[in-house]
Design a protein around this ligand. Structure first.
Ligand SMILES: [Zn+2]
Length: 282
């Protein structure tokens, strides 16, 4: 028995090896065709799971943005306000300087006219004729008129200056307040940036890697949706509903989404739809 078996064994083994060989070849061919068939069928499973991962990253980035709140926006608007105020301040300071200079000139002019009037007044009595007297009087009158005109203008200028000084004081106070506010906001944002820096760099890197592997059209589709709904560009289809807007997905479309035959967006909210079974093992 043992002997016989031993004799048969090699034969059988040989036979088996041969058979196995054929089977192996057949299997290879079969697998090859299967693979061919598979690759001909559009399958977006990998793309969709990538988009899902991308959404998770963007949600984390959105949360960081939320932590920072409206600080970046506030900083920008404070900078604008400060720039506008600074311009006004400079303009008003220049105006004030010009008014002061004009006042100084007029005061000097009036001082000269005063002196001249006194002199003329004295010479009036030394006039040799009525004509000369009248002439001097006329000149004195003209000078007095100039003095009066100048005084009126000086009074006007003083009013302007007073208002400008008040305005400049108020604006300077406001300017300082805004600058301090800006300083506080910047330092607050800086500390938040520092806190999230590593996380943001890490998330941005991961984001870049996924985006690089995406088709250009899909990438722009995703970015467009993410632009208006940061961290919510994809939605899960669960029990026939879009998890983003809770509207129902037509049954036929639901099947196509489950088969990952293409990238579909929600008809109601525009989010990219992913069947829940596709991300179940993530
Ligand atoms: Zn939706």
């Amino acid at each position: 028995m043992d002997e016989t078996n031993d004799n048969i064994k090699p034969e059988n083994e040989e036979l088996n090896e041969e058979n196995q060989g054929i089977e192996h070849e057949d299997a290879k061919i079969y697998e090859y065709f299967e693979a061919e068939i598979e690759s001909n069928k559009p399958n977006f499973t990998k793309t969709l799971t990538n988009l899902y991962e991308l959404t998770k990253i963007d949600r984390e980035l959105a949360e960081i943005d939320e932590e920072k709140g409206d600080l970046p926006f506030r900083i920008e608007s404070l900078k604008e306000k400060i720039a506008v105020l600074e311009k006004h301040l400079e303009e008003d300071k220049t105006k004030l300087k010009n008014f002061e200079a004009e006042e100084k000139t007029l005061l000097k002019e009036n001082k000269g006219l005063d002196e001249k009037t006194s002199k003329y007044d004295e010479s009036k009595y030394k006039a040799k004729s009525n004509k000369e007297y009248d002439e001097i009087t006329k000149q004195i009158d003209a000078m007095l008129e100039s003095i009066q005109k100048n005084e009126a203008r000086i009074k006007e200028l003083k009013g302007y200056q007073e208002n400008l000084v008040k305005g400049i004081l108020e604006m300077s106070r406001n300017f300082e307040e805004l600058k301090n506010e800006l300083k506080d906001d910047i330092s607050h944002l800086n500390s938040l940036n520092k806190q999230f820096e590593e996380e943001e760099v890490d998330l941005t890197e991961k984001r870049k890697t996924i985006l690089e592997n995406l088709d250009e059209n899909l990438m722009s589709l995703y970015e467009r949706i993410n632009g208006s709904m940061k961290g919510e560009a994809t939605a899960i289809v669960r029990k026939g509903n879009c998890s983003g807007c809770y509207n129902s997905v037509p049954p036929q479309r639901e099947i196509e989404i489950r088969m990952a035959e293409n990238v579909f967006t929600c008809q109601s909210c525009g989010r990219i739809l992913i069947d829940e079974t596709l991300i179940a093992n993530l």
